[in-house]
Design a binder for this molecule. Structure first.
Ligand code: 5RP
Length: 226
């Protein structure tokens, strides 16, 4: 088992029978879905709100029941990955383009558990990963100019086909590299949110309750937010 599988499977154990789940997106949560799917195959009712069309498709194939947000008021537990996570459980997410739905789902969950390989744990956000920002296509040029004034280098994300990437919500993504990382994530989040045309940023602050970190040597650490 590699670090992602160790973390993803361990986090699935947090899901108690009957819980309403938030189902994250990405290659680490892939293993959470597999573990939940194995439980569904043994007859357990497993259900949750997916954070992307990709997760919805995978979950359906695994026998996990799909819920819509108009069918639930709150979720018991959301399990999701991250692109970077720091000691205060602040995160950069959106490498897979699902940041908007991931943030909505996390905001509705009583408990949010983040699954990562050890390489995602950083001292300062933005040092290993560009910050994804979901933007209304109409406003791409002015938003990119305003973002650059915040000290980053915004690059338009392209899809595998070389065309402009589109999220599940029909928006574009600007991947914003900060040469020296992000000194003040809370202030940056406020500044980004104030730009008209920004739909959501990949800064996830104050949302995670626990972090499950897998290591390639087989170890797995579960740390609760202090
Ligand atoms: C998708 C995300 C993912 O959670 C993040 O990119 C981590 O993915 P992976 O587990 O594949 O490294 O934010 O929008």
């Amino acid at each position: 088992m590699d670090a992602k599988e160790i973390a993803g499977r361990r986090a699935a154990a947090e899901a108690q029978p009957g819980m309403l789940l938030g189902l994250g997106t990405g290659s680490t949560v892939h293993w959470t879905l597999q573990a939940l799917g194995e439980r569904a195959a043994r007859g357990e009712r497993v259900r949750g709100v997916p954070t992307s069309l990709d997760t919805e498709r995978k979950a359906r194939q695994l026998g996990i029941e799909i819920l819509r947000l108009d069918e639930v008021v709150a979720l018991d537990l959301a399990i999701d990955g991250a692109d970077e996570i720091d000691a205060r459980f602040r995160m950069i997410k959106g490498g897979g383009g699902a940041l908007l739905r991931e943030k909505v789902v996390a905001s509705l969950a009583r408990r949010v558990v983040i699954v990562v390989g050890a390489n995602k744990v950083v001292e300062r956000l933005g040092t290993t990963f560009a910050l994804p920002i979901e933007v209304v296509p109409f406003a791409l040029a002015p938003v990119a100019r305003r973002l650059a004034l915040l000290g980053c280098d915004p690059k338009l994300r392209l899809g595998k086909d070389g065309l402009e990437y589109r999220t599940d919500n029909g928006n574009a993504i600007l991947d914003c590299a900060f040469a020296h990382g992000i000194a003040d994530p809370e202030r940056l989040e406020r500044d980004i949110d104030a730009i008209p045309g920004v739909v959501e940023s990949g800064l996830f602050l104050g949302l995670a309750h626990a972090r499950v970190v897998g290591h390639d040597d087989g170890r797995c650490e579960v740390v609760e937010q202090a």
